[in-house]
Design a protein around this ligand. Structure first.
Ligand code: ZN
Length: 94
């Protein structure tokens, strides 16, 4: 009877430690800045196809990080600029 109680207690404690581990892992992942490659793939929509988990992390991180939001803005501006240059060439050719 008492060993069953101890067993239940250990199981309960392990479950709590595991949940704390999962939450802190999630928190740390959210705090880590987004890699340049992932940010580019997020911008062009490829990240979601590649990894749903990574996509969710990027969305979560962008919600809390001004720095990465600014980097995403830069990527958007750069790609727009590149797009305009391409369009310029096409317009001149035809
Ligand atoms: Zn960041």
């Amino acid at each position: 009877m008492s060993s069953l109680y101890v067993y239940g207690y250990i199981l309960f404690t392990s479950a709590i430690i595991f949940v704390i581990y999962l939450i802190s892992k999630q928190l740390l992942a959210t705090r880590r800045h987004i890699e340049e490659e992932n940010l580019e793939d997020f911008w062009n929509g490829r990240l979601r196809n590649r990894s749903e988990d990574e996509y969710r992390r990027v969305v979560n991180h962008l919600g809390v990080c001004d720095e990465c939001q600014a980097r995403l803005d830069d990527i958007t501006q750069n790609n727009k600029a590149r797009h305009n240059v391409d369009e310029g060439i096409i317009t001149r050719r035809f």
